[in-house]
Design a protein around this ligand. Structure first.
Ligand code: SF4
Length: 427
């Protein structure tokens, strides 16, 4: 293995690189999937999907583990009706919501989650939420869309957090605070809290908060750091409330985590020596943990199908810190503003694609025959049958990857399919 310079030092990056934009058949989950991690994060919220039997099946299989617990999501199945039947549909929705809230007095926020069947589209869920807010005093009822027509996979989190922004209380005008935006595993959140505390940065708040009464206050003195790259609408809503984004790479890998913390440290005027003292040990742990997988990953060619919008920051880590060669990096949406610190760190040779025309992309992937292909569940088996090693993109969202302490897990997730292939070959 050679010790290569970081690409940002050797190459121009792909800030200006032309992006291949494709529109066609897509192979991605809809935004309902976000409920799987959001209901764990917001501990007193209930997600009532207003949908069809298909939506109920998707949620049951995506979150099958919940069968062992008292679930905090359900589907109100709206059967096919004509417009004249809409009054019944609203009554039915009110009845189901009342039933849920009567059974679960611990619920403080009820999300009505829209889906794509035509009979649901005809329902006005914002009016339904307003009506239910009047009927149920101690519960905040909000609505957002998880429809497959409007959202892909991680965008359900974006629409959910966007719905929360108008609910955030106003912060005192004189207060300067840091808001970390994007659902993180509690363990990761706690690690960041400790680091910010040691750096003297605060007060630090999180969106989403773990509990409804902890909604973060926001105002002109709020500076926010995005923890996830798929929050375009939430970012715009926060900007509308006067908060200002801190431009930073995403906290993935040792370098990404350091740069993310440093961006906040610079805004707070943290002394360089203190910064170095605080991060030296966790950064060294992250580097050591990643080093274990470098031999497996270095020089290997990787191809990303669009799925979670995490593709570009992950590609940056894999290239910059683990020496992988990027072929095509596809993403459902490319938000140049939020990726302003990521794109320059990618090599200018990478092909960036946005959106999807799955047949054309499959052809490109077959031509390249990468060592590792990151894709959704539906594409993984056929590609494996063609002899390509694959990584399920969904695991990258369901596994905590952010921060120094998770950098080794991130590298391992990508190394595992390659190690398994080597074992099978030897066997
Ligand atoms: S919201 Fe649409 S895409 Fe998602 S499960 Fe329901 S019907 Fe399918």
């Amino acid at each position: 293995m050679t010790a290569a310079l970081a690409p940002s030092e050797t190459e121009a990056g792909c800030t200006e690189t032309e992006v291949l934009r494709e529109r066609g058949q897509r192979e991605v989950f809809c935004g309902l999937t976000g409920i799987v991690w959001l209901h764990r994060k917001i501990q007193d919220a209930f997600f009532l999907i207003v949908g069809s039997r298909t939506c109920a099946h998707l949620m049951q299989s995506a979150a099958g583990v919940m069968i062992f617990a008292e679930p905090r999501f359900a589907t109100a199945i709206i059967e096919e009706r004509d417009l004249a039947g809409m009054a019944d549909a609203n009554e039915e929705l009110d009845r189901v919501a009342a039933q849920v809230l009567a059974r679960r007095p611990d619920i403080k926020t009820l999300f009505l989650v829209g889906s794509c069947p035509s009979e649901v589209i005809k329902l006005d869920l914002s009016r339904a939420a307003a009506r239910l807010n009047q009927q149920h005093e101690n519960v905040r009822v909000l609505n957002y869309s998880g429809s497959g027509i409007e959202t892909t996979f991680t965008e359900g989190e974006d629409t959910c957090l966007e719905a929360l922004v108008p609910e955030l209380p106003a912060a005192p005008e004189t207060e300067t605070s840091l808001l970390v935006v994007g659902a993180l595993a509690d363990v990761v959140e706690d690690q960041f809290v400790r680091l910010f505390d040691q750096l003297g940065i605060g007060p630090v708040r999180f969106l989403p908060a773990r509990r409804s009464e902890e909604l973060p206050a926001i105002g002109a003195g709020t500076r926010y750091l995005l923890a996830q790259p798929f929050l375009g609408r939430t970012g715009a809503a926060l900007d509308g409330r006067g908060a200002k984004r801190i431009s930073a790479p995403f906290p993935l890998g040792a370098k990404g985590s350091e740069a993310w913390l440093k961006a906040a440290a610079d805004v707070w005027g943290v002394d360089e020596a203190l910064f170095e003292t605080v991060i030296a040990a966790p950064r060294a742990r992250a580097q050591r943990a990643m080093e274990r997988y470098k031999d497996t990953l270095s020089g290997k060619r990787i191809f990303f199908f669009p799925d979670s919008q995490l593709e570009i920051p992950l590609a940056r880590v894999l290239h910059e810190e683990l020496g992988m060669q990027l072929t095509e990096v596809g993403t459902p949406y490319l938000h140049r503003g939020h990726l302003d610190c990521e794109l320059p760190r990618l090599p200018s040779t990478v092909r960036l694609s946005e959106g999807q025309h799955v047949d054309r992309q499959l052809d490109r992937c077959r031509d390249i025959r990468p060592d590792l292909t990151v894709c959704g569940l539906g594409l993984a088996n056929p590609l494996e049958a063609e002899g390509l090693s694959t990584k399920w993109a969904i695991e990258l969202v369901f596994t905590p990857l952010q921060g120094f302490e998770q950098a080794g897990d991130l590298a391992e997730l990508f190394a595992r399919p390659l190690m398994r292939r080597d074992i099978l070959r030897v066997g």
